[in-house]
Design a binder for this molecule. Structure first.
Ligand code: MSP
Length: 473
């Protein structure tokens, strides 16, 4: 029987800056799902990458002293792909919008839309926020400024090509309402339906005359493709064989692009729709948005250096329910690190390995788990809880199920006191070994390095006391 497939994507990140914890959030979540579905036997395809065209990139290249934007893009792409590797993000493909294959696909797609009568020439007059790379309506602004970036949008007036987005309004409402395209969490589904039901959709300009850093419109080389159209098409150009995508993971700020423009483009091009779009919340710093001007950006590089990949992965997914906003603070990262990782998990592993060495000379063949005793740990139930939580994208719930087991195992040691010689001693130790192996099995997608180490340590036949998994901070 052919394996079921699971295609999961992250947004492609603007690579003008360095990756921070906000960008890491989507990537870690996608990686956990990809690893989980692989374990479940799915044929998984996990795509991430970088968004390299548009004004933002040109400006950043100039500011960094590069004459050639492509050279700057190459350097940045390496920084981003290395950052993901440092966080153990095991993607299948890292797409770049300057990849020749992607560029050719975008040109082909637009030709197709033109042939199908979905594109026309018109005049664009309005406002544009470079930081969002998005056209703005006066109603989108606060005191004339983009509320997300607190910056004045540019005034633009030029002849562009337009995509007939407006004609898809009813169809979009229908597909989202009926979950043909599942949008989550519920609040986001309501938000987008509210938008579609209350405001007439306008056709959208999909080309730019004054932006030279982009893919040329194939029938009019004086214009380049609007960078959001270019960017959205990455999901299809890179993941064609796995299309339709099973899950686009995004942040809440880019919901409209993914639930309005993207499905409309696919409908216009005659492609199947993605199955699900899920938008997570935002990490703030002391309640404020991370920004260069405030100087409060938390970079992945610094956090990985201090706490290592797995602890950061754990913290990001544990602290806030996926879908909500929450605050990031190094203090709480440290506290959670000490409590959950160094104490709960770390101590369990240290105590059990020390007991094994002391009581049976580290020989795992001398201990044996009793299946009827193991029932009290509710292992099958825990696996099911994790699976159900991940299906709902509730990572913190899945992790809680694992930590309940860890607590149970720690309590079991207290209760059974296996350091005292007794008829039960070897059985108790055997049960603990078994539970620890299961815990590490469950942790594999979340904390791959730690789980691998743990599984290795408890593989047997001989166990040694090794260095603590997490040194207290
Ligand atoms: N390039 C576009 C996406 C194109 S996808 C076809 C883009 N890039 S981005 O780099 O600005 O953002 C990428 C992702 O990071 C988004 O999902 C965004 O929500 C997420 N985050 C950026 N800052 C964040 C936080 N502070 N917290 C959580 N996620 C945030 O938009």
């Amino acid at each position: 029987m052919e394996n079921k497939k699971f295609y999961v994507s992250t947004p492609i990140y603007y690579s003008n800056g360095k990756p921070h914890i906000g960008s890491a959030y989507t990537s870690v979540a996608a990686d956990v799902l990809a690893r989980w579905y692989r374990v479940k036997g799915f044929k998984v395809y996990f795509q991430t990458g970088v968004d390299e065209h548009g004004l933002k990139m040109t400006k950043a290249a100039i500011a960094a002293g590069f004459n050639d934007v492509q050279t700057f893009c190459n350097r940045q792409a390496e920084i981003w792909s290395k950052a993901w590797q440092s966080l153990n993000i095991n993607f299948d493909f890292f797409i770049r919008t300057t990849d020749k294959k992607h560029e050719a696909f975008v040109a082909e797609f637009l030709e197709k839309l033109k042939e199908r009568g979905e594109i026309y020439k018109g005049k664009y007059k309005g406002l544009y926020c470079v930081d969002c790379e998005e056209y703005k309506e006066p109603t989108d602004l606060l005191s004339g400024k983009c509320p997300l970036h607190n910056s004045l949008p540019m005034k633009i007036e030029e002849v562009n090509y337009f995509f007939k987005l407006s004609k898809y309004q009813q169809q979009l409402i229908e597909i989202i309402k009926t979950d043909k395209l599942k949008v989550g969490p519920k609040e986001r589904k309501n938000e987008i339906l509210g938008f579609l039901e209350n405001e007439p959709l306008k056709d959208i300009s999909i080309s730019r005359k004054k932006v030279s850093w982009g893919i040329r419109i194939p029938w009019d080389k004086s214009q380049t493709v609007y960078c959001w159209v270019d960017a959205l098409l990455n999901y299809l150009s890179g993941g064609k064989q796995y299309w339709p995508c099973d899950l686009h993971l995004i942040g809440k700020d880019i919901l409209r692009f993914h639930t309005v423009l993207w499905p409309a483009l696919l409908l216009a091009g005659g492609y199947p729709l993605p199955r699900r779009v899920y938008a997570h919340g935002f990490f703030t710093i002391q309640g404020a948005k991370m920004s260069k001007t405030t100087g409060n950006i938390v970079y992945i590089e610094d956090m990985v250096k201090k706490y290592k990949a797995d602890a950061l992965r754990y913290y990001l997914l544990k602290t806030i329910p996926f879908g909500r906003d929450g605050d990031f603070s190094e203090q709480s990262l440290k506290e959670i690190y000490n409590a959950d990782l160094a104490n709960n998990l770390g101590n369990l592993v240290q105590r059990v390995s020390a007991l094994l060495v002391k009581c049976v000379d580290g020989d795992l063949e001398k201990v044996e788990a009793a299946s009827k005793d193991l029932k009290m740990f509710g292992l099958t139930d825990a696996w099911q809880k994790i699976d159900a939580a991940l299906e709902k994208l509730q990572f913190s719930e899945a992790l809680s199920a694992i930590w309940q087991l860890i607590e149970l195992a720690n309590r079991y040691i207290e209760q059974k006191k296996p350091w005292v010689e007794s008829a039960e001693q070897r059985k108790t130790l055997g049960n603990l070994v078994e539970v620890i192996r299961e815990i590490f099995g469950m942790l594999l997608p979340f904390m791959p390095e730690t789980a691998q180490k743990g599984l290795e340590q408890f593989k047997g036949p001989k166990i040694k006391i090794s260095k603590p998994l997490f040194l207290k901070k």
